[in-house]
Each structure stands twice: as structure tokens, then as C-alpha cells.
Design a protein around this ligand. Structure first.
Ligand SMILES: [Zn+2]
Ligand SMILES: [Zn+2]
Length: 355
């Protein structure tokens, strides 16, 4: 199969972004399967906030000229193996699989240390110079593909955000001794609630501004929720932690307004893990309390080396996508689905498309 086209050698349906608000559902050539690739029939693919930014043309990689159009988006996907390249014998046709978002070069210094999320030559599936899952087929490098035969396709499509939730949980070393606050009940925040629960956090406090999302957070395992529009955050956290305040903050908002809230609830020696991108917005930081209280601040990009564990969390039922999936639609409805996510229509959280 080296160097030749996939057996179909024909066309497939895919969503291709050609420019701002110009996403076309049309025929594109089937992907070419190299010797280290696996051809996968996509069965379920989720829409993420990043897809909205790609669709609008506002995503950093586009505005900075790093990413090129046209692009098939989609980095939260699952599917079924159709064909294996000649070196990809660890997979079999029919295997259920998920593929990582970040694909490192595996040659550079950072990749060789396992920091492939920091690879300067990396591609990102459906985001940065690599075709994504809003298509009938995807050819994917075997090293970044994972088998998940025990999972439903819709559940497996969200291994990616589970990994993104797992990374700050790991970097902040969440243990049963820790009171954990999660800022932002978006999809990443809601998966982080489940992951922190699986890690045995002493108490999980979910902070947001929308009661419907906070209710989903309680269904996902949050012990306490705080709506900062109607409740006094520091006071409620003090009550919930018996005066201790929180040991870990996982930030999943990506807006500077969250910083004073975070600093109002941290205990001494707290670890603050940041997962949201702030889209270039800056905020004023008073470093004195950070020094005086032994605070650590951790940046977290992606989900390197955590896919096996994320799959295991879903297999064991410790994390589930079901509380978050509100809409299921066909692939052709991509543009409409983007607007449903944008407007949070009918309480939309996660929309999955089926090619
Ligand atoms: Zn995403
Ligand atoms: Zn590299």
C-alpha cells in the first residue's frame, strides 16, 4: 500500500472551510494512506469552540498565518478502521479508534522528550495543517491513533476534551486531600469536574454564570456550584471548605475577568492550572500574594501522553460524554450546528455530527 491511493481512490463527502463563514459540504478526494497511516471511517465528530473560531476566521493560527485554508476541521472524532498501511499492523479493520489532536514530528528535541504538544513542527488535526474529522474518511498516523473498542462512537468522540481536562488535573497533582475549584462550566470545565471526581478530589466547586450549565455540572459530580452573578464567590468557597479555601484551581474560561475571582479563593500553596486561551487579552497580576502564599501557576496545552488514560476513564464509566451531548445531526448540517453551539440554542453543550 506504500505510496498508492486508498482502494476507493474516489471522492468522499467532507466539510471544507474556504474562508470566514464559508464552510462547504462537498466532494473532496479520498485521503491518501501512507505506510504508517491508518484509514478510518469517521463515525462521530464533535463541534468545539475552536471550530467556531476556524469557521469565523478568528482563530490565532489563521490570523497569524500559521494555518492554511482550505481546511477540513474536526479534532474531536471517533471512527472505525477501514484499511491499514503496511507498517500499521497493530490495527485491524473494524477496530474502533480515536486520533490525537496534536501530531508531533517525533524527531525534534521536544518530541524526543515526550513534549510533542510543544513540537515546533507539529500539526494539529483539523486545526493546523492536517485534515480533521468532519469527513467520511480520515487517514491518520498510527503513532497517534488509539484503539477504544469498548466505547460507543459518540462517547469516544470526546476522548480529546477528556484528555484536555486530564492534563491540568495531572499537572496540578489533584489528590483526595484537595479542594478543587473549576472555573467555567463549558465542555472542558464539565469534563474536568468528572476527571477531578475520578481523582478523588475532596470537594469540587464549579464556578460559572449560567444556572443551566451549573446544573449539568452537578450532574457530572460537582459538590458545590457558584453562580458569580448572584452569589458571593469567596464567601461560598469559605463555607464549602470549612475556611481552608481551594488547593487547586483549574481555569477553563479564557477571559481576564476570571483572575480576581481565582485570587479571591486560593489557599496557601494552591496550584492554578490554566487551560483556556485568552485570545491575546491581558490582565493585571499582583505578584505579591502569589509569592507570599506559595502559589504555583501552570500552563497546560493539549493532552500529551494521556490518551490511554482518558480512554480508560471512559471505559470504566468514571467519565462520560452523555451528560454533555445535547444534539446529534448529520455531517451536512455543519454550518447550522456551528450556530447552535454559538447561540447555545436549546441549552446546547456538545453537538455531534454523524458523517
Ligand atoms: Zn477543542
Ligand atoms: Zn517534534
Amino acid at each position: 500500500m506504500d505510496g498508492r491511493e486508498s482502494p476507493a481512490g474516489g471522492n468522499m463527502k467532507a466539510i471544507e472551510i474556504h474562508g470566514p463563514r464559508d464552510a462547504r459540504y462537498h466532494d473532496v478526494a479520498d485521503p491518501v494512506v501512507g505506510p504508517d497511516d491508518v484509514l478510518v471511517r469517521v463515525r462521530s465528530v464533535g463541534i468545539c469552540g475552536t471550530d467556531l473560531e476556524l469557521y469565523d476566521g478568528t482563530m490565532f493560527y489563521l490570523t497569524s498565518g500559521m494555518a492554511n485554508l482550505p481546511l477540513i476541521p474536526g479534532h474531536e472524532w471517533s471512527g472505525e478502521v477501514v484499511e491499514c498501511g503496511k507498517n500499521a499492523r497493530e490495527f485491524c479493520p473494524g477496530d474502533r479508534v480515536v486520533g490525537e489532536c496534536t501530531v508531533g514530528c517525533m524527531q525534534c528535541d521536544y518530541c524526543r522528550r515526550g513534549w510533542y504538544n510543544q513540537c515546533p513542527n507539529r500539526t494539529e488535526t483539523g486545526i493546523l495543517n492536517r485534515s480533521g474529522g468532519f469527513a467520511e474518511l480520515i487517514a491518520f498516523p498510527r503513532h497517534f491513533l488509539h484503539r477504544c473498542n469498548g466505547l460507543e462512537f459518540d462517547d469516544a468522540a470526546f476522548i480529546e476534551p477528556t484528555g484536555v481536562a486530564l492534563y491540568p488535573t495531572k499537572l496540578a497533582s489533584v489528590t483526595p486531600a484537595d479542594y478543587v475549584a473549576i472555573m467555567g462550566p463549558g465542555p472542558i470545565g464539565l469534563f474536568t469536574v468528572q476527571v477531578a471526581k475520578a481523582y478523588g478530589a475532596r470537594k469540587i466547586i464549579l464556578v460559572g454564570t449560567r444556572d443551566d450549565r451549573l446544573a449539568i455540572g452537578r450532574a457530572c459530580g460537582a459538590d458545590v456550584t457558584v453562580n458569580t452573578r448572584t452569589e458571593e464567590l469567596a464567601e461560598k468557597v469559605r463555607d464549602a471548605t470549612d475556611g481552608h479555601m481551594v488547593d487547586v484551581v483549574i481555569e477553563a474560561v479564557g477571559h481576564p475577568s476570571v483572575w480576581p475571582d481565582i485570587m479571591s479563593i486560593v489557599a496557601p500553596r494552591a496550584r492554578i492550572a490554566l487551560t483556556g486561551l485568552f485570545a491575546g487579552q491581558t490582565c493585571t497580576v499582583d505578584f505579591d500574594p502569589i509569592v507570599v502564599k506559595d502559589i504555583s501557576i501552570l500552563g497546560c496545552l493539549g493532552s500529551p501522553n494521556l490518551w490511554g488514560e482518558a480512554i480508560a476513564l471512559h471505559e470504566r464509566g468514571l467519565v462520560s460524554s452523555e451528560p454533555l451531548i445535547t444534539h446529534r445531526m448529520p455531517l451536512a448540517s455543519f454550518s447550522e450546528a456551528v450556530e447552535i453551539v454559538r447561540d447555545r440554542r436549546d441549552g446546547a453543550v456538545k453537538v455531534v455530527l454523524h458523517p
